[in-house]
Design a protein around this ligand. Structure first.
Ligand SMILES: Cc1cc2nc3c(=O)[nH]c(=O)nc-3n(C[C@H](O)[C@H](O)[C@H](O)COP(=O)(O)OP(=O)(O)OC[C@H]3O[C@@H](n4cnc5c(N)ncnc54)[C@H](O)[C@@H]3O)c2cc1C
Length: 419
């Protein structure tokens, strides 16, 4: 190209030399020559950009789906490094039913909505952070050198982003037993760390399959000593065999060691007799719920609290709609929180490390923020480098402009000499 440039300049020199001075027509030819050369180099310059790896032009750097502790932590992390972010929240939180949150240091006893509200108001001060209380209906990858996505909300509105964080959580698949769902999270609880302490030393029932009773006993015996497992007809030879293979042939001895009794009757309903939200000892962190559990046969039993062993599933169909690789019910994630789809991260309860609590949701949301920020930065660096290596064209242009400028200057001097 440089050779071509020099040849073209010689051609112009020759043209001027034959006429002796720059006539108006020569001047316009000169100008035209300059413009056409300039256009060529401009084209080259633009082509060099087209060949470079292109950063997708999107509405946001990242879109986060989920306004629980995982999603909030992710948007906090990306906002602190000035990434533009939009968080979708359709406001169905796993712990939305519970009275208060525990085992979250600094927030032990904080109601979940107060915690989320405070988090959101603190994050809203970052002008790159945006929130919308809408459902995400679909997320579709866009083809390109680097990942980017079109996110469509429930109203059909489209948004684009270069990275996605899913923090859509799990839902608890509770049986339809009357009184169970209504009281879940309020004396009928899911994890010993979440609510056990407030019901310590009280008569408790374990609800769910026999297969989980030994595991639950190992977790709760430091808090309760009057334990009855209501296994709802699951004490069968098959389930006992599974329990023996999971926990050892001495599983009965293990239960006896903590005086756990098994009630295999079919449960018909659970009635609340007293509300621990109102009957509580604030000073000593005690809540006094009371329930009556009814059966299809025989007498009901009273308990102050229940701990449950029921299944969970993904709260959103987005992971399967997007074709993400699953591990059982969970979205398969690497330690980095990356999923099987490039550019998509998953944090909180939904991911495959099996840790389902608020501190872990916050940790993994933050982790997603760090990894995606660095991933974005690497892409931006790659794009810059690829532009620079193609930028021989840019340098060429500079060179060309210099050469053209030099030519014109010397020709102009010669023209002046003739006047
Ligand atoms: C009864 C109960 C009590 C608990 N108590 C405690 C406790 O005391 N301490 C503790 O550490 N853990 C507790 N947990 C566990 C805790 O709730 C979870 O670990 C935590 O909520 C996980 O956070 P997350 O952000 O992953 O999901 P979630 O908090 O469930 O948030 C999911 C978010 O995704 C949104 N979402 C889902 N799909 C879409 C969509 N398509 N579009 C837009 N938004 C969507 C939801 O609206 C929500 O904002 C408790 C759990 C239960 C069931």
């Amino acid at each position: 190209m440089q050779g071509m440039l020099i040849a073209r300049n010689h051609q112009n020199n020759a043209e001027i030399a034959t006429t002796g001075c720059p006539t108006p027509s020569n001047r316009s030819k000169l100008q035209y020559g300059f413009q056409s050369r300039y256009s060529r180099f401009r084209l080259l310059f633009l082509l060099s950009f087209a060949a470079a790896e292109a950063i997708p032009q999107t509405d946001y750097d990242v879109i986060i789906v989920g306004g629980g502790p995982a999603g909030l932590s992710a948007i906090s992390g990306v906002s602190r490094v000035r990434r533009t972010a939009l968080l979708f929240d359709n406001q169905h939180y796993r712990n939305g039913v519970t009275r208060e949150m525990h085992d979250v240091i600094g927030n032990d006893g904080t109601p979940p909505d107060v915690f989320r509200g405070l988090a959101r108001s603190q994050i809203e001060k970052y002008d790159t952070a945006h929130f919308v209380n809408e459902t995400v209906a679909s997320i579709v990858p866009i083809e390109g050198d680097f990942s980017s996505f079109t996110v469509t909300d429930g109203t059909g509105k489209n948004y684009t982003a270069r990275k996605i964080v899913l923090g859509t959580g799990l839902k608890d698949d509770l049986p339809a037993t009357p009184g169970l769902r209504e009281n879940f999270g309020k004396g009928i609880y899911w994890c010993p760390w979440c609510d056990g302490y407030e019901h310590r030393d009280q008569p408790i029932g374990i609800l769910g399959s026999l297969v989980d009773v030994v595991g639950t006993t190992l977790e709760i015996h430091t808090q309760q000593s009057d334990i009855v497992a209501f296994v709802n007809g699951t004490d069968t030879p098959d389930v006992e065999a599974t329990l023996a293979s999971n926990r050892g042939d001495n599983w009965r001895d293990q239960l006896n060691a903590w005086n756990v009794t098994i009630d295999n009757r079919t449960i018909s309903s659970i009635d609340r007799l007293q509300d621990g939200g109102k009957n509580r000892d604030e000073e000593h962190d005690r809540q006094f719920d009371k329930f009556r559990i009814n059966f299809t046969t025989g007498k009901p039993v009273e308990r102050n609290a229940f701990i449950t062993n029921f299944g969970t599933s993904q709260a959103s169909s987005l992971p399967t709609d997007m074709g993400l690789e699953m591990e059982g019910i969970y979205v398969k994630t690497a330690a980095s929180t990356r999923t099987s789809l490039t550019g998509v991260f998953a944090a909180g309860d939904m991911k495959s490390d099996g840790a389902t609590n608020v501190p872990n949701a916050m940790f993994s949301g933050k982790r997603a923020a760090v990894y995606l920020h660095v991933e974005l930065s690497k892409e931006e660096t790659t794009s810059k480098i690829s532009k620079r290596s193609n930028l021989s064209a840019r340098e060429l242009e500079k060179e060309a402009m210099r050469a053209i400028g030099d030519d014109l200057a010397s020709e102009w001097e010669r023209a002046q000499a003739f006047q």
